[in-house]
Ligand binder design. Structure first.
Ligand SMILES: Cc1cc2nc3c(=O)[nH]c(=O)nc-3n(C[C@H](O)[C@H](O)[C@H](O)COP(=O)(O)O)c2cc1C
Length: 344
């Protein structure tokens, strides 16, 4: 296993049963860091205290061009928070989460204390935990197989109790076509934005790179040789038409096109979106369903408004996903747990 993939070798057998709470929290963080994040920036930091843990946004890892408000950055942290609480519950620790515990400190996203140490994980808790190691972003074409109604309902049910976030599947064929067109327009707009291309190029790496963050070419389906040229290609050539064509085919071949939305559009809702996103992705992984992102229309302000009109919502769309049955794909790098933990 490559050195930058060792984070995925974490196993429940390594749980420090006789260790201190700090050591246990550190172990839970090993699962938190397997969460997805925009461009695999892993923009999180965990401050471990004797009896609690703080989740902080690491804004040094921001993507100012694609994500000027750090919205996706905080969504990414929310996904990591879900993994953390899933791991805690699996090992019998009931979490007590306070969101944004310090007024005006928008970097301190959540404080996690332990409510009980004799929590009995239910089947859903166990399912979520087992799926953390299975989940991947899968950008390759999916099989034609449809996702049946029961499975769709299982995915939708993940957010039915959630007061802050809604997950919706786009069923209408005409709407799907209109959304596909928006994705194509967004691809072309982003590829013509030099700053966007430079930013992306900094985070896409050759397959054999030892980098512990960013996206290796293989995650886009590139072979080793082509992956060497990918940062140059992204940063210097006009790839909008290629990407637009590719995304059109991906949407056409995806049994599910879905989006997530919130009633407000503030850091709290972004964090909750990330938490719900990861629960949906874990449930999907458990059901054998792969997912990847088509957020482009939400990243271009004029297209964001058009997307809202298309799906006819007064709310704030946060994420666009395609889902379906795909071949297995490789995991992507992660930083070492020591790099994202501050022990106090
Ligand atoms: C908030 C957020 C936004 C993302 N946006 C995109 C995107 O627009 N396009 C894409 O291909 N992947 C996107 N991703 C997926 C990340 O690139 C992926 O999670 C990361 O590279 C790590 O890979 P993994 O998910 O396979 O572990 C996004 C992930 C998150 C959490």
């Amino acid at each position: 296993m490559r050195n930058n993939l060792v984070a995925w070798a974490v196993s429940e057998d390594h749980f420090p049963s006789f260790g201190s709470i700090k050591e246990k929290f550190k172990f839970f963080v090993r699962y938190a860091i397997l969460a997805p994040s925009g461009h695999n920036t892993q923009p999180w930091m965990f401050e471990v205290h004797d009896e609690s843990l703080n989740l902080l946004a690491d804004r040094t890892r921001a993507l100012p061009v694609i994500d000027p408000d750090d919205r996706e950055l905080i969504i990414s942290c929310g996904a990591a928070l879900t993994n953390l609480v899933v791991a805690m519950k699996y090992f019998g620790f009931e979490p007590d989460i306070t969101y944004f515990p310090v007024e005006h400190d928008n970097d301190l996203l959540a404080s996690v204390k332990i409510k009980a140490r004799d929590y009995e994980p239910n089947d859903e808790d166990k399912m979520f935990f087992k799926s953390i190691l299975k989940r991947r972003t899968n950008r390759l074409p999916f099989a034609d197989d449809v996702v049946d109604g029961i499975t769709k309902q299982k995915l939708i049910s993940i957010t039915t109790q959630d007061k802050d976030v809604r997950f919706a599947i786009v069923e209408d064929t005409d709407k799907k076509e209109e959304i596909t067109k928006l994705i194509e327009i967004a691809d072309r707009a982003q590829s013509q934005n030099k700053s966007f291309c430079r930013e992306l190029a900094q985070w896409v790496h050759p397959n054999r790179s030892n980098s512990k963050d960013g996206i290796p070419g293989y995650a886009f389906g590139m072979g080793d040789l082509i992956s060497y040229g990918s940062p140059f290609f992204i940063g210097n050539l006009n790839w909008g038409d290629i990407q637009a064509g590719r995304d059109r085919n991906l949407v056409k071949g995806s049994p599910l096109l879905a989006y997530m939305e919130t009633k407000k559009d503030k850091p709290f809702e972004w964090l909750r979106t990330g938490m719900a996103l990861e629960r949906i992705l874990l449930k999907a992984a458990y059901e054998g369903i792969a997912a990847s992102y088509l957020n482009q229309p939400l990243e271009v302000p004029e297209l964001f408004e058009k997307f809202k009109v298309l799906v006819d919502t007064p709310n704030y769309p946060q994420m666009i996903l395609r889902m379906g049955y795909g071949k297995e794909v490789k995991s992507t790098p992660r930083r070492d747990v020591e790099d994202v933990i501050k022990l106090n």
